[in-house]
Design a protein around this ligand. Structure first.
Ligand code: GN1
Ligand code: MG
Length: 375
């Protein structure tokens, strides 16, 4: 089951007291647009004390929270060491900072079994649900490319798989088949067109997984949730920090590229109801690709560069499939704002897949041309 209710004020105050915060709390308010955890912005009264980001981790989605927190400590320590050793680093660039509990633990577990954690709040940053300018797209590309580049020497096997088979399409298709059997409130009837959409493409979309299984694509440390709003930009729109490290684990680089493109080039929100508003913005595609390859182009293999185009259609397909699966299964995974929300999300993602399929050759040519310029 999901936790859709916000925690009571008293609970929040009790939880807050467990962490080694500085200053006096002036207010706590719900924050952000994530579909999984409950997130709060903790404001402090003094300008000398930082604000904080408090999260109740969804332990129905992340079943081993201690393992997840180990990953975050490992990854942030690695990033910090690498940044310290890179003199030419972008001065705006920062690493997410976890604030330990007063017992020096990475998280606090309350009496109800809920897991809480705290980060330093990054002041004067912005995240974009919709990308507005080529500079923003370029910076997002640079941030995710650099994230992969800095982690290229971290052994993927050291990371726990926080959600097993997360972007594995074979496993997602199995869960979809189970949801079809479950068919909550007879929803399969109403979604016949979307079900057919999945079935028509399932085979082709398995391309990246097959290449991986054949040993033609390396498993690397990847972010796996590269929604554009998971990069914070500063007041000058320079990339400052990659956030949401819950799914950092072994993966294929094309997954990160595809998920970021999904949310960068779409002129409409992820759950747009009016499908006519969903459009692919090519200048934003080009700008993101340039930023990404400027950083990642140095270590990617030819095959990986080729695979990026496949990632561009695969990721919105997987997201649509997951939203549709959740709808057919009775909306147990994602937070929803209304009963048909997951179906609306699935439809929007599938429309985006269609548009990207039409442009696939052109997108591939842009990637190849940009990669040549980066070498
Ligand atoms: C979830 O945490 P949040 O809301 O950024 C999901 C991602 C999806 C995304 C779709 C752990 O991410 O995989 O891409 O929703 N995260 C998890 O918006 O399932
Ligand atoms: Mg997330």
């Amino acid at each position: 089951m999901k936790d859709t209710c916000n925690a009571a004020a008293q609970t929040l105050t009790e939880v807050l007291a467990k962490f080694a915060t500085a200053g006096t709390v002036a207010g706590i308010e719900p924050f952000g647009s994530g579909h999984i955890h409950d997130t709060y912005w903790v404001k402090t009264a003094e300008s000398t004390s930082p604000d904080y980001l408090l999260q109740r981790v969804n332990h129905h989605v992340f079943k081993d929270v201690p393992a997840l927190m180990e990953n975050i400590l490992l990854v942030t320590a690695h990033l910090r060491n690498k940044l310290a050793a890179t003199p030419e680093a972008n001065p705006a660039e920062e690493v997410l900072t976890l604030l330990p509990t007063r017992q020096n633990q990475a998280f606090y577990q309350d009496g109800d079994g809920n897991f809480w954690r705290m980060f330093l709040f990054l002041q004067n940053t912005r995240s974009y649900d919709l990308v507005e300018t080529e500079q923003q797209a370029f910076e997002g590309g640079r941030a995710f490319g650099r994230f992969q580049a800095l982690l290229v020497d971290l052994e993927p096997g050291l990371l726990h798989e926080t959600i097993p088979h997360f972007h594995n399409l074979q496993s997602r298709l199995r869960l979809f088949d189970l949801a079809l059997v479950h068919n909550h409130e007879g929803r399969a009837q109403e979604t016949a067109a979307e079900i057919a959409f999945v079935q028509e493409r399932a085979e082709t979309m398995l391309g990246i997984l097959t290449l991986g299984q054949e040993g033609k694509l390396p498993l690397r440390v990847t972010h796996n949730d590269t929604k554009f709003n998971n990069v914070l930009l500063n007041a000058q729109d320079l990339a400052q920090c990659v956030i949401d490290l819950d799914t950092v684990m072994p993966g294929y680089v094309a997954y990160d590229f595809g998920d970021a493109i999904r949310t960068t080039v779409n002129a409409a929100p992820e759950d747009e109801e009016d499908l006519a508003k969903i459009q692919v913005n090519l200048p934003l595609f080009e700008a993101f690709t340039k930023g990404y390859l400027q950083e990642a182009g140095t270590f990617l293999t030819e095959k990986e560069i080729e695979s990026l185009t496949m990632g561009v259609t695969l990721l919105p397909f997987i997201m649509g499939l997951r939203f549709l699966t959740d709808y057919l299964g009775g909306d147990t995974y994602y937070k929803i704002k209304h009963p048909g929300h997951n179906l609306q999300r699935a439809r929007a993602q599938f429309r985006l897949v269609q548009l990207l399929e039409e442009k696939q050759e052109h997108l591939g040519a842009i990637i190849q041309k940009t990669a040549q310029n980066c070498r």
